[in-house]
Design a protein around this ligand. Sequence first.
Ligand code: DHK
Length: 147
Amino acid sequence: MKKILILNGPNLNMLGLRDPAQYGTQTLADIKALCQAKAKELGFKIDFRQSNHEGELVDWIQAARGKVAGIIINAGAYTHTSLAIHDALELLDEPIIEVHLSDPEQREEFRRFSYITRLAATVIKGKKAAGYVEAVETLSTLIGKKP
Ligand code: DHK
């Protein structure tokens, strides 16, 4: 069974406590369960992870090369700062979907730039937890098209 890696960056372990107007009320465990259910329906396995550490995220991306069918990433604040995560993602041949619970472009100026967007097949933003489910569906379609 093909596997999708879903990576979450810093502070996403605090969902449920963070501003619900931006991030919704669901916890990361709730989002994991939603992704798991959608992936099961579509015939995929998921590996769902969160880290507050940039280097750990880089290690996980490197380890995923050739081992997963695709990757969904919400790099949290590292979206806007991490050239290291960009460079790790750039080495992947597998499709990448960038997801955000909020719409960073509608927020503070410092959230408008993303290091990930230029590598992503699609960016899904502003849909809160439902965006992750949409990302699993979109990735499944992209993977399904690959031989
Ligand atoms: C999550 C974060 O933690 C922020 O730093 C980003 C993103 C937005 C989100 O909307 O999921 O700016």
